[in-house]
Design a protein around this ligand. Sequence first.
Ligand code: NAP
Length: 295
Amino acid sequence: MQRLLVTGAHGQVARALTAQAQGHFACRALDRTTLDITDAKEAEAALRDYRPDCVINAAAYTAVDKAEQEQAAAYAVNRDGAAHLATACARIGARLIHLSTDFVFDGRTNVPYQPDAAAAPLSVYGASKWAGEEEVRRIASEATVVRTSWVYGPGGGNFVRTMLRLLQQRPQLSVVADQFGSPTHTHSLARFLLHLVRHGQGAGQTLHWADAGAATWYDLAHMTRLLARQRWPERVWGDVVPTDTAGYPTPAQRPRFSVLDTRSAVAVTGLTPASWMCMLDQALRLDDAADWLPA
Ligand SMILES: NC(=O)c1ccc[n+]([C@@H]2O[C@H](COP(=O)([O-])OP(=O)(O)OC[C@H]3O[C@@H](n4cnc5c(N)ncnc54)[C@H](OP(=O)(O)O)[C@@H]3O)[C@@H](O)[C@H]2O)c1
């Protein structure tokens, strides 16, 4: 059985990974208290102790707006932490799969981004993630960088859960309808990542993985509301109305269009992304209610 080490154990992607790895991999998931990736020595010690075949770096500083004020903290995790893991992996001969984001792009296009498209991050978060990618490619040339977008999963801190909470608190919610991306369920992302590990695919490559189709934040909120009304008709759900980016200013600038072209990942793995609407429908119909609704 391959040995897998996952960082950022309490994060939404890490939790999906550890759940799906069960029975297929010997998997150790370490949270910040057991492996703080900003500490190079800790990273090396953790890898020397467990001797994994593969490390998936799901740890990150992900507070996009807060990062504008906390640049050093974002870079410490997203750039330096990634570099520490790449160095430790190179030393023990483990493979690294590093996660990154659609926010490395500026969104000034109307066609999905290829993995080799020019990065031009608009935010500190995006820039720190791009810097982490560059470090990983420089230090561990056989590593795989996987960019994904608009991630949500049961129990995680994410847009879908925020909508479910706010729609029960407010009669009406304005949501941005002029930014386009691909919502991605942690379940599909974890499946893709573990497929790469199992089959040794993607070494030395940058790949894009997201659920299929494009949406605006408004579309995602609207669909979340429709599905929530079906599953929990006894609850009162507010309305969702569209606004534009100018009507909802945030500290961090986000790309207007950050749909990822997944074709090279499909060619490498033979997997096909499911539509984001099907994945959301499945999540809100089948997952435990407690994972989606606040107590
Ligand atoms: N969420 C999205 O929409 C999205 C979109 C595109 C790409 N991604 C990428 O996908 C990956 C996983 O994201 P996610 O959504 O699962 O994020 P998440 O739920 O915020 O999880 C990130 C985890 O990293 C941990 N962490 C932070 N600093 C750490 C450190 N110094 N050492 C060890 N762990 C640390 C956090 O721990 P604490 O809870 O203690 O802070 C948290 O549990 C990240 O690389 C992210 O950039 C996410």
